[in-house]
Design a binder for this molecule. Sequence first.
Ligand SMILES: NC(=O)c1ccc[n+]([C@@H]2O[C@H](COP(=O)([O-])OP(=O)(O)OC[C@H]3O[C@@H](n4cnc5c(N)ncnc54)[C@H](O)[C@@H]3O)[C@@H](O)[C@H]2O)c1
Ligand SMILES: O=C(O)[C@@H]1CCCCN1
Length: 312
Amino acid sequence: MSESPVLLNKHEVESLLGYDDLIPRLESVMGKFSKRDSSEIIQPVRSVVPVQQYNGFLGVMPAYLAAEGILCTKMVTFYQRAEGSSLPSTQATVLLFHPERGTVTAIMDGEAITAKRTAAVSAISAKLFKPALSEVLCILGSGQQARSHYDVFTKLFKFKEVRVWSRRKEMAQQFVNDLQDPVTVCSSVKEAVMGADVIVTATGASQPILFGKWVKPGAHIAAVGACRPDWRELDDVLMREAVVYVDSREGATAESGDIILSGAEVFAELGEVINGSFPAQREKTTVFKSLGMGIQDAVSAKLVLEKWNSEH
Ligand SMILES: NC(=O)c1ccc[n+]([C@@H]2O[C@H](COP(=O)([O-])OP(=O)(O)OC[C@H]3O[C@@H](n4cnc5c(N)ncnc54)[C@H](O)[C@@H]3O)[C@@H](O)[C@H]2O)c1
Ligand SMILES: O=C(O)[C@@H]1CCCCN1
């Protein structure tokens, strides 16, 4: 008789998933992915079903990591919400399967996984690409991704100043009120990014909000929003002047409006830099365009289940 799957809610996943264990696993799996060894990793570009009348999408993100014995799928809905909407824009559930039996071994919240693994991968990009002397961090957006990015970037790096901007200033103020350490609320994107060494864009924008003319030469931009071919966060100047890195070439060329519409060239995948196949051009202005990958969810969910099993 097959055992029932382990069911884990958002609070349980949140408490079981820590960056100290997660970051090395993500570095390893991103490097393996970029080797394109299909006997190791199978991850198709996600399937996305538009829910047009509600400005939403359903994404299905399968991944199989043979060596680690991880068979996983994340189902995620993401919506462009009207300003002031109380509904979350991103919701997700992750299923783990027994690779041999095909049975479901765990069903867990995907929102905490998505928030943490996305920020962790951005932090890996910052480790590789941010200027040697990085004193100012700027975060554009004040939602789930903005908070997870704040948490992991201030955990890993020492910044003299952290700034935040949100399209609704009261939301930026609320974001800051929830934090222990001082963060400057900025009234415009220009004010927030001028002189910043590291910029995180984590908004639901579909038109550019970050313009290359404002960006300090040599800065690093971790851009996690705009995950549709017709959505933008970054303008053409920035996309064409920066050295552009991506999580996956296939995902970026299928889904990134910032890359597709600007005609920017992709220099390398993050995993190719981790493998040493391509250099980290830290001295130049760099953009890491993140779309999100099923393998990131897979290693995150496996880590959560391992931790849960060790405690039960
Ligand atoms: N790269 C990845 O792996 C990944 C993972 C999850 C989410 N995302 C994307 O990141 C973005 C943020 O996700 P989230 O979960 O933090 O969402 P969220 O709804 O929690 O936060 C979105 C933030 O963007 C702001 N915003 C919304 N529309 C805007 C607009 N038109 N202009 C400027 N700001 C706007 C909101 O006010 C809010 O501060 C979304 O585009 C989402 O699809 C990417
Ligand atoms: O990889 C993810 O989880 C997200 C879902 C929302 C759209 C962007 N990618």
